[in-house]
Design a binder for this molecule. Structure first.
Ligand SMILES: C[S@@+](CC[C@H](N)C(=O)[O-])C[C@H]1O[C@@H](n2cnc3c(N)ncnc32)[C@H](O)[C@@H]1O
Length: 213
C-alpha cells in the first residue's frame, strides 16, 4: 500500500489479502466497494455480482468476500483470447480460479467464468445483478456495449461501477458512460470517486427504477 495506515479499517484489512493478486484495484476501491456491497446486503438487496475484465482476479477476489449464499459472482474476460487492449500478459481461467481460492468461503458453484470477448457475453437467463464492475475494453464501442448488455439485468438499487471514467488515456470510457447515462436515466450518479495514485476515477451509478426483480 502506498499510504501506511496505522489503524486500518476492515476494508483495508481485507484489501491486504487481495493485494497479493496482481491488479489495478486499489485500497480506495476496496473501501468504496465494501461500503456499497455491504449496504446492499444489510438493506436486503440480493442479486448476482458481475465483473467484466478481471485480469488476474484482484477485484474479483475482493468482490467474492461479499457474495451471499444464494448469490453468484460472474467473471468475464477475454482470458487467453485476443483483445483490442494490449496487456503485457493475459490471465488464464485456471490462474484466476486459483486466486479466487484465497477466499475459502465461496463455493465453486457460486463462481461462473465466462471466457471470451464481452461483445459475445451470454449471461444465463436467470442472472439478476445487484453489482456490476465494468473494467474490460476501453474503447467507446466496447464500454457502451458492456453497459447495454448489463442494463436489462440490473435490479432496483443495483449498482454499476465503471472503471477509468474520466481517465486522460482512455477518453472513450467517459464518452460511452455519459452517452449510456443519457439514454438510461434510471441510473443516477452515486459518486464519481477519485482513487489514490490512479489517473482515472470510478463512477458509481445506482438503478432507481427497474422491473428486473
Ligand atoms: C484493467 S484489466 C482488469 C483489472 C482488474 N479488474 C483489477 O482491478 O485488477 C482489464 C481486463 O479486461 C480484459 N478485456 C479487455 N478487453 C476485453 C473485452 N473486449 N472483453 C472481455 N475482456 C476484455 C483484459 O483481458 C484485462 O484482463
Amino acid at each position: 500500500m502506498a499510504v501506511p495506515y496505522t489503524n486500518p479499517g476492515d476494508a483495508l484489512q481485507l484489501y491486504t489479502r487481495v493485494e497479493k493478486v496482481p491488479g489495478y484495484f486499489n485500497y480506495d476501491d476496496a473501501q468504496h466497494f465494501q461500503l456499497v456491497l455491504r449496504m446492499q446486503s444489510l438493506m436486503g438487496i440480493t442479486g448476482d455480482l458481475l465483473e467484466i475484465g478481471c485480469w488476474k482476479g484482484r477485484s474479483a477476489l475482493f468482490m467474492s468476500f461479499f457474495v451471499q449464499p444464494r448469490e453468484r459472482l460472474i467473471i468475464s474476460d477475454v482470458f487467453s483470447q485476443p483483445a483490442n487492449d494490449v496487456y503485457s500478459e493475459y490471465p488464464s481461467v485456471d490462474e484466476v480460479k486459483k486466486n479466487l481460492e484465497m477466499n475459502p468461503n465461496i463455493a465453486s458453484s457460486q463462481l461462473l467464468f465466462l471466457e471470451g470477448n464481452s461483445a459475445n457475453l451470454q449471461l444465463p437467463p436467470d442472472v439478476k445483478l445487484r453489482f456490476a464492475h465494468i473494467d474490460g475494453g476501453h474503447s467507446f464501442q466496447e464500454c457502451y456495449r458492456d453497459l447495454i448488455t448489463i442494463t436489462p439485468r440490473m435490479i432496483l438499487n443495483g449498482v454499476v461501477v465503471i472503471d477509468d471514467y474520466d481517465h486522460p488515456d482512455w477518453p472513450e470510457v467517459k464518452l460511452a458512460a455519459d452517452t449510456w447515462l443519457k439514454k438510461y436515466s434510471q441510473f443516477r450518479v452515486l459518486g464519481e470517486l477519485n482513487r489514490n495514485v490512479a489517473k482515472g476515477k470510478k463512477i458509481y451509478l445506482i438503478n432507481i427504477a427497474s422491473s428486473n426483480q
